[in-house]
Design a protein around this ligand. Structure first.
Ligand SMILES: [Zn+2]
Length: 283
């Protein structure tokens, strides 16, 4: 089943008097949504005990939970001590997502830094092999590490790179952030064929099973020639991308992804709009 939900709490959620995330499962389910992404972008500030309580709430309302690992991760940093920190950010995110009752951890793989891009990619591959081994040793390899396509050229994460990195092991699947992809393609995502080209490339290289329930981030994003500037809402009519052609591509290819809306401030309200666009497709 295809799933829709927000990344974090909508401003309306707070305006209605909610102070913590405890009520988020009920709240998003009442909007007709069935997914939620918890962000540890600025650090993991949720204990395993609290995560268990929260996880029970999400489960009660049939909402699937994923987490976004800290932004500090960088598997292309040549310093092994820093790599060790990156491994631990992922390992700890896996522990908490399991306590939350989920198994998806979204990861920003790396920043290019001073290395040549090809060298940075090779280093990432080496490190991702090590990471997989560490997760197996800790019985955390039932988690899916969802490597995200990135919006700036300085980051490792154009879609071909992410698909290549996902070949490293069974635990790796892509997070297609189509807002980001549209930034690095300078507005190149317009037609259903544009989206199908990327999804088919993934299916051809990683197999249908790995892509069927792929992780997707969607929002409209402002960009310059350097790439991503900031997340917008679906109201934007300048930068895109539009969701309708992506919804059509998902339907044509018989995919059932988890689609997380990352609109600025109104991510849950916009997730409802995304779901409606998909539900309104005529076969
Ligand atoms: Zn991200």
């Amino acid at each position: 089943m295809i799933k829709f939900g927000p990344s974090g709490n909508d401003k309306l959620y707070y305006e209605q008097g909610n102070k913590t995330t405890l009520g988020a499962g009920k709240w998003v389910s009442e909007l007709g949504l069935n997914a939620y992404e918890y962000s540890f972008g600025r650090g993991i500030k949720l204990s395993e005990e609290k995560a268990k309580v929260l996880g029970e709430e999400f489960a009660k309302y049939g909402v699937s939970v994923s987490v976004h690992a800290p932004y500090f991760i960088n598997f292309a940093n040549p310093d092994d001590e820093m790599a060790e920190k990156s491994y631990n950010y992922v390992i700890n995110s896996c522990k908490i997502v399991k306590a939350l009752g989920g198994n998806r951890v979204v990861v920003h793989t790396a920043t290019n830094g001073k290395l040549e891009r090809e060298d940075a990619l090779q280093l990432c591959k080496k490190r991702l092999k090590v990471l997989e081994q560490k997760l197996i040793e800790q019985n955390l390899n039932d988690c899916l590490i969802c490597l995200e396509t990135m919006g700036k050229y300085s980051q490792i994460g154009i879609y071909e790179e992410i698909i290549d990195l996902c070949l490293v092991g069974n635990i790796y699947i892509p997070t297609f952030d189509f807002g980001h992809i549209n930034c690095t393609m300078q507005g190149g995502l317009k037609t259903t064929a544009d989206f199908e080209k990327i999804l088919n490339y993934a299916i051809d290289n990683l197999g249908f099973e790995k892509i069927k329930n792929v992780h997707i981030h969607f929002s409209k994003i402002e960009y310059t020639s350097k790439g991503e500037v900031k997340h917008l809402t679906l109201e934007d009519s300048v930068y895109g991308p539009e969701f309708q052609p992506l919804a059509r591509a998902i339907k044509n290819l018989k995919l059932e992804p988890v689609i997380i809306c990352e609109s600025s401030e109104i991510m849950a309200q916009d997730a409802v709009k995304l779901k409606k666009i998909y539900d309104d497709l005529v076969d």
